[in-house]
Design a protein around this ligand. Structure first.
Ligand code: ACO
Length: 336
């Protein structure tokens, strides 16, 4: 788009979509290949199964992100030629060029849209949503499609029980457009990063990527490496803090929020935040038991499942919160 930005107001969430691959990897399946147990995994993470792509059928991050956007297009009836920009949050592109967003544009036949990928690990979908909302508020872009998706199973070392039990594959998408009411859309948002923690969670492609602290450890290139205990400590503290700071800056309480949609990292992390905030279970969506931690796919998938179930209504305040590798964190307080 060209011309001076109009700064017209707020952002309307037109609709959502999502995609999960058909493949299911249960705790019982993992018991057969790893020294672990269903009991340990459920107790420590709340996960019973994950969804996984079948690479022999051509399934990948690209395919699930394209499927999620196609689903959002179908659910909203938006004409792909009306989309000005596609942002895809992911950390598992099989190719860094072209972007997954360009492949999604091709799939839906969006010939007019600009497209780029955004990397903020598990915080990616909220980063992308906040970026899209800001660009729409500036008036530079009218309609933006946001995708978050990761095929984490493609970067899992299934010999490493400390990481591979957590992750699964999924993608979620949302279509946003300009709205005249500035009180609609992301009315408060936080995005942050602390690069000092990058070694806690990284995906080395080449030997040069491996940090000093892991030089003497057996590292599988192309596989996610995680210091679970450190990420857990960071997450419990940061998650709580980012939610409270968002509410406080918005001048509202948790009781004003219809749904708290948290990154599905580990049920214990979500439960810890829920208990400290004093919010009841039916206002904190959980699907980690069915799908595992799908990184940038997680929040978009939750949003779509809630939306399809009719649990997000016009005028509702919803609060999205995530943290992830980087380390990164993000929140978005959204008036639907
Ligand atoms: N099965 C059985 N035992 C295991 C397993 C397993 N799968 N994994 C570890 N253990 C053992 C350990 O070896 C250890 O044994 P030890 O006490 O004899 O040394 C014991 O269980 C405890 O290990 P911890 O690592 O302390 O276990 P913890 O309770 O921290 O749970 C977990 C591990 C689930 C990974 C947790 O640390 C976690 O969820 N961390 C956060 C991860 C996360 O949220 N990542 C999200 C960011 S994702 C992104 O941005 C892409």
């Amino acid at each position: 788009m060209t011309g001076a930005p109009m700064g017209l107001g707020g952002t309307r969430l037109i609709g959502t979509g999502s995609a999960t691959p058909d493949g299911i990897l249960t705790n019982a399946d993992l018991e057969k290949i790893l020294d672990t147990s269903d009991e340990w995994i459920q107790q420590r993470t709340g996960i019973k199964q994950r969804r996984v792509v079948d690479q022999t059928k051509g399934e990948s991050t690209v395919s699930i992100c394209c499927d999620a956007l196609e689903d959002a297009i179908k659910n909203t009836g938006v004409d792909p030629d009306d989309i000005d920009l596609i942002i895809c949050a992911t950390c598992t592109q099989q190719m860094s060029c072209p972007s997954v967003a360009c492949r999604a544009a091709e799939r839906i036949g969006a010939t007019r849209a600009a497209a780029f990928d955004l990397a903020a690990a598990c915080s990616g979908f909220v980063y992308a949503l906040n970026t899209a909302d800001s660009l729409i508020r500036l008036g530079r872009y009218k309609t933006i499609a946001v995708i978050g998706g990761d095929a984490m199973s493609t970067v899992m070392d299934y010999n490493d029980r400390s990481v591979s039990i957590l992750f699964g594959d999924a993608a979620g998408a949302a279509i946003l457009t300009q709205d005249e009411n500035p009180e609609r859309g992301s009315i408060k948002q936080i995005m942050g990063a602390d690069g000092r923690g990058w070694e806690c969670l990284y995906l080395p492609r080449k030997a040069i990527d491996v940090p000093e602290c892991d030089k003497d450890n057996p590292i599988e290139l192309g596989m996610l490496r995680m210091n679970g205990r450190e990420v857990f400590k960071f997450a419990v503290k940061k998650f709580q803090h980012v939610i409270e700071q968002t509410l406080s800056e918005a001048g509202i309480g948790i009781d004003d929020v219809a749904q708290l949609i948290c990154h599905q990292s580990n049920l214990r992390i979500i439960e810890s935040a829920r208990e400290k905030l004093g919010i009841e279970k039916d206002r904190v969506y959980v699907n980690i038991d069915r799908v595992g931690n799908s990184s940038a796919g997680s929040i978009g998938l939750c949003l779509d499942e809630l939306n399809q179930a009719g649990r997000i209504k016009e005028g509702d305040l919803i609060l999205l919160a995530a943290f992830g590798g980087g380390m990164t964190w993000a929140s978005s307080l959204w008036r639907v």
